[in-house]
Design a protein around this ligand. Structure first.
Ligand code: URA
Length: 228
C-alpha cells in the first residue's frame, strides 16, 4: 500500500536530514553543503538536472543560478511555478569547478535520487541533459538522440513518463536550443494529463527574453527545500 502524501513528505524530510552528512564520495570534502532537492514532495512533475553549481552549493537549493532562472521562466510559460514541481539533481554535491560528474560519483549518489522518486511518486520526470537522461533511461543513448520522446520507465513501484529534454544551461546561449526546449515544455501539460504529450498543445507562449527574466524567487517555508 502506498503511504499518504503527508507520510511520504515526512519521510523525505527525515531522509534529507540523514543525507546531509553523506561521505559516500570525495565530493563531500569540497562541497559547502548537500543539495538534496526542493519543491513539492507530492509533485506530479519532477525535474532532474546534473549537479549543483556554485550558487546551489552556497544556497543549498538546486537551480538557483542562470539555468534555474530559465527553468522558472519556462515553467511559468506553461502555468507552473517551481513550488509546484520537485527539482533534484543526479549528484547532490557540487563537483569542483562544475566539471562533469564522474561515474563513481553517480554510482555513489544515485540511490538518493531513486529514493526520492519512490517517495515523491511523480507521473512525469523531465531529465535535463545527458547525465540525468542516461541514468534514468538506463541507456547510453545521449540526449540529442532521445530528446523530446517520452518513454515509460518503472523504478521500483513507480511507473513514470520519462521525458528527456535539453538542459537549460545548454539553451542559455543557443537560441535554436531554447526554442526546442520551449517546444518540449509546451508538451508537458498533456504528458501530465496522461495522453503521451500528443494532446492539444498549448498556444505558443509569448517567449520571455532571457535577459528580462526575474531573479529566482526565494524558496518559502511551505517548500520542501533541504537547506542544512
Ligand atoms: N543547477 C543545478 O542545480 N543543476 C544543474 O544541473 C545545473 C545547475
Amino acid at each position: 500500500m502506498v503511504a499518504d502524501a503527508a507520510t511520504r513528505r515526512a519521510e523525505l524530510e527525515r531522509r534529507a536530514a540523514e543525507w546531509a552528512g553523506c561521505t559516500r564520495c570525495p565530493l563531500s570534502e569540497s562541497r559547502t553543503q548537500v543539495v538534496v532537492g526542493s519543491g513539492d514532495a507530492d509533485a506530479d512533475l519532477m525535474f532532474v538536472g546534473e549537479a549543483p553549481g556554485f550558487h546551489e552549493d552556497k544556497q543549498g537549493v538546486p537551480f538557483v543560478g542562470q539555468a534555474g532562472k530559465l527553468l522558472e521562466t519556462l515553467l511559468e510559460e506553461i502555468g507552473l511555478t517551481r513550488e509546484q514541481v520537485f527539482i533534484a539533481n543526479v549528484l547532490k554535491c557540487r563537483p569542483p569547478g562544475n566539471r562533469d560528474p564522474l561515474p563513481g560519483e553517480i554510482e555513489a549518489c544515485q540511490g538518493y535520487l531513486f529514493a526520492q522518486i519512490q517517495l515523491i511518486r511523480p507521473m512525469v520526470i523531465c531529465t535535463l541533459g545527458n547525465f540525468a537522461t542516461k541514468l534514468l533511461s538506463g541507456s547510453p543513448q545521449g540526449i540529442t538522440r532521445v530528446r523530446g520522446t517520452p518513454q515509460t520507465q518503472t523504478y521500483g513501484s513507480v511507473t513514470v513518463q520519462l521525458f528527456p529534454i535539453y538542459h537549460p544551461a545548454a539553451a542559455l546561449y543557443t537560441p535554436a536550443m531554447l526554442e526546442m526546449l520551449r517546444g518540449d515544455f509546451a508538451r508537458i501539460p498533456s504528458l501530465l494529463a496522461g495522453n503521451g504529450g500528443h494532446g492539444q498543445e498549448l498556444e505558443a507562449p509569448a517567449p520571455v527574453p532571457v535577459a528580462a527574466m526575474e531573479p529566482p524567487v526565494a524558496v518559502g517555508d511551505a517548500q520542501l527545500s533541504f537547506q542544512f
